[in-house]
Write a protein that binds this ligand. Structure first.
Ligand SMILES: C[S@@+](CC[C@H](N)C(=O)[O-])C[C@H]1O[C@@H](n2cnc3c(N)ncnc32)[C@H](O)[C@@H]1O
Length: 221
């Protein structure tokens, strides 16, 4: 089927549409890009409400090590007792720390939860599994599940305890959150609960965007 390529209007996003109905979108970021695509807050609440369970994190601490402008840290703070936020770049929200270089102590935080730059996601999982006492949750494109390299380096010996595929699209745009944004890219939560590392369980994040959106979620920061 022939493809016609056009730019979506969003920086860093190209779209390919064939002459039937299928639409695909991919983020084409330079290799050294910070991958500054904030997460709409409802997608983080969905993790606690539908994947981990909010009662399981009550009173616990969490590190968001690629916090950007804090669009994930703030909803995390609705559920955790304490949320520490940092990022390699100075967005004016958390401390400025490169997660792959800063000496966070092993087992220093109950949970490590983030949406890392895709090109560093594998390294983030490695490091997060050292820093977290109880669990790690990584929001990534569904295709993070594939590739021989990731199978060998992560999934073969350290499969996630839960793979939770979003049924709704989680649209992310560069440098901001936008309630009207759309995407053809699928996202999932990859969760490693250290007391449940056995057989990975496949689950779906049910439709929940409308019920988990709050006033102020899309304010510019
Ligand atoms: C996809 S954005 C996600 C931001 C935030 N977690 C959210 O969900 O709204 C990825 C973030 O990773 C940060 N980043 C890139 N490389 C990093 C590194 N080595 N250590 C810490 N943060 C990094 C970028 O600056 C950017 O803010």
């Amino acid at each position: 089927m022939p493809l016609s390529w056009y730019h979506s209007g969003e920086p860093g996003v190209s779209m390919a549409q064939n002459i039937s109905h299928a639409v695909m979108a991919q983020r084409h970021e330079p290799r050294d890009s910070a991958d500054d695509f904030p997460t709409p807050p409802w997608a983080t609440r969905a993790l606690l409400e539908h994947v981990i369970g909010k009662e399981k994190v009550r009173g616990l601490s969490c590190l968001e090590p690629a916090c950007g402008r804090g669009y994930m840290s703030l909803p995390l703070f609705e559920y955790f007792r304490q949320v520490e936020s940092s990022d390699a770049l100075p967005y004016g929200f958390g401390s400025v720390r490169d997660f792959l270089e800063y000496p966070f102590a092993a087992l220093s935080h109950d949970w490590v939860i983030t949406n890392p730059p895709f090109r560093l996601a594998e390294e983030f999982v490695d490091r997060a599994l050292v820093v977290a006492r109880r669990g790690v949750a990584i929001l990534a494109r569904t295709v993070f599940l594939e590739s021989v390299g990731r199978y060998e380096n992560i999934f073969r010996l350290r499969p996630p305890s839960k793979f939770a595929q979003f049924t709704e699209r989680v649209a992310m745009v560069k440098g901001r959150v936008d309630p009207k944004a759309s995407t053809a890219t699928g996202y999932a939560w990859f969760v490693w609960e250290k007391d449940e590392l056995a057989q990975p369980s496949l689950m779906w994040v049910p439709p929940c965007r409308r019920s988990l959106e709050r006033a102020g979620d899309y304010e510019i920061r």
